[in-house]
Ligand binder design. Structure first.
Ligand SMILES: C[S@@+](CC[C@H](N)C(=O)[O-])C[C@H]1O[C@@H](n2cnc3c(N)ncnc32)[C@H](O)[C@@H]1O
Length: 317
């Protein structure tokens, strides 16, 4: 247990909510294939995807089944993640056809950003998050009042750009200087340089503790923490230890008239019911509704679904 941080047994935690929120669990949010992104096939522990014009092969532990497409289609991929730990960054990718650069142009709903070959098989965007981007965009555009959105663990910032374009004043927090640099590049690429976005490189828990002390408030909060992570000064983030405290901080930063809180979690040994219950315990007395489940990718040309992550979203009354 990480003693330097508040933990679940902490007596200073507020009592659990007394009211039970209505809502839906499970709710499956599916991102279908489109011009920006498509899951072309999956199987034998791998997935074949198209990001804009580029097709790539990456490992996918959940793909226990056999691929649907012929081998030839997989061999025609533009990039293959090798995971060769002797290499770094783009070095961990093989380009069977023509050598490609580190980045390539991508777009979601008219917002331009970079795809990027990174060390960790990530490519600078999580396409299944489109379900959250669409939800946030509609809620912000429909609010009819100023919206301050906080995007915690924001990575390359596509969600921040979507929210800013919809009219929100955005605060984007990530511990990685590199990710913040990529996010700023994406802001220029998207032609949203004039939009009010604060890019903050900091530890998410520390940042939120300071915001609570300052009395800062947000109408909308997105958080997509990794299972394990580190802040810029080595602060340790362990989802199972630190999420309850983080959600207490989130509740304490909610504005008088909030809109929503969206939590996503990847590759954790837990069900969406776990996220549902901790959100229920923390936000139950705020009223509104709670929807929890999985983000899945639909396949092009087949009915197969690939689950990517768990989520829980609280929608204000
Ligand atoms: C799964 S990614 C988030 C993806 C993002 N939501 C998106 O849709 O693009 C997790 C992010 O958490 C950041 N991170 C890890 N530990 C952190 C910490 N202690 N404080 C703030 N950010 C952290 C990483 O740098 C990484 O960008």
């Amino acid at each position: 247990m990480n003693s330097s941080r508040q933990d679940t047994q902490d007596p200073s935690r507020k009592p659990p909510a007394s009211r039970r929120l209505p809502g839906v669990a499970p709710l499956v949010l599916e991102t279908p294939p489109d011009a920006s992104y498509a899951l072309l096939d999956s199987g034998n522990g791998q997935k074949l995807e198209r990001y804009g014009p580029v097709t790539i092969v990456r490992p996918e532990g959940q793909a226990l089944w056999r691929p649907s497409l012929p081998d030839k289609r997989w061999r025609e991929a533009d990039a293959v993640f090798t995971g060769d730990t002797d290499e770094d960054g783009i070095g961990r990718w093989r380009f069977p056809r023509t050598p490609l650069g580190e980045t390539w142009p991508l777009d979601w709903d008219g917002i331009g950003f970079h795809g990027r070959f990174t060390s960790f098989r990530h490519v600078g965007v999580f396409p299944e998050q489109a379900a959250h981007w669409r939800f946030a965009q509609e809620a912000i555009a429909g609010a009819g009042r100023p919206v301050r959105l906080l995007n915690l663990f924001g990575y390359t910032g596509v969600a921040s750009l979507v929210a800013a374009r919809a009219g929100a004043h955005v605060t984007h927090v990530d511990a990685s200087k590199k990710a913040i640099g990529w996010a700023r590049e994406n802001q220029q690429l998207a032609g949203l340089g004039d939009k009010p976005i604060r890019w903050i490189c900091d530890d998410a828990v520390k940042f939120c503790e300071r915001e609570v002390r300052r009395g800062s408030r947000y109408e909308a909060i997105l958080l997509d923490p990794p299972k394990y992570g580190r802040g810029p000064k080595g602060e340790v983030w362990q989802l199972f230890d630190n999420l309850p405290h983080m959600l207490d901080l989130v509740r304490d930063m909610l504005a008088e008239k909030p809109l929503f809180v969206v939590l996503t979690a990847y590759s954790i040994r837990a069900s969406f019911f776990a996220l549902h219950e901790i959100m229920q315990e923390t936000l139950g007395d705020q009223g509104g509704r709670l929807e929890s489940g999985e983000l899945v990718l639909g396949s092009e040309g087949s009915d197969r679904k690939l689950s990517t992550s768990l989520f829980s979203r609280w929608i204000a009354p």
